[in-house]
Design a protein around this ligand. Structure first.
Ligand code: ZN
Length: 152
């Protein structure tokens, strides 16, 4: 069952008009019937509003508003049927710092240099600080709920 435009707009508004995952501003003024056929290069196409299922349909996630977020086409297709945490882990694995650390560990294993606890503490600290993915949509929601908390 398709998701109606009224519902899409309500979700877009709730999510601050932006893609939950990358934060790009989204629009809806693109003929919906063309979104599946137009080429990727079509102007405006990448910023057209898509609906992403936070809890994937695969796992029984349905069209509840709580389970939908505004998303651009690129993020929607790269998240695919991953859960939110699977998608976060997937992006973190591609993070340059994570890849650099993995390469460094590999090299250190090959040359068998002495590695003390300080060394591993430093790497853990680096991983924890620089590679945790926080989606712009999460930041936005936190800001909104803090605002509501203040006005009450
Ligand atoms: Zn996006």
């Amino acid at each position: 069952m398709p998701i109606g435009m009224t519902k899409r707009l309500r979700i877009l508004k709730r999510d601050g008009g932006c893609c939950f995952y990358c934060g790009r501003q989204l629009h809806t003024d693109f003929p919906e019937e063309l979104t599946n056929t137009m080429s990727r290069a079509h102007p405006g196409m990448e910023s057209y509003l898509h609906m992403d299922h936070v809890h994937p349909q695969r796992d029984g996630g349905w069209h509840d508003e709580d389970n939908l977020v505004a998303s651009c086409r690129a993020c929607n297709s790269s998240k695919g049927s991953k859960s939110m945490e699977e998608y976060r882990a997937y992006l973190e694995r591609q993070h340059p710092v994570v890849r650099a650390i993995a390469a460094l560990k590999l090299v250190l294993n090959l040359v068998d240099l002495p590695q003390d606890d300080d060394f591993f503490d430093a790497i853990e600290l680096l991983e924890a600080r620089d590679t945790r993915i926080v989606f712009p949509g999460e930041t936005y929601r936190n800001a909104m709920s803090e605002k509501e908390g203040v006005s009450e």
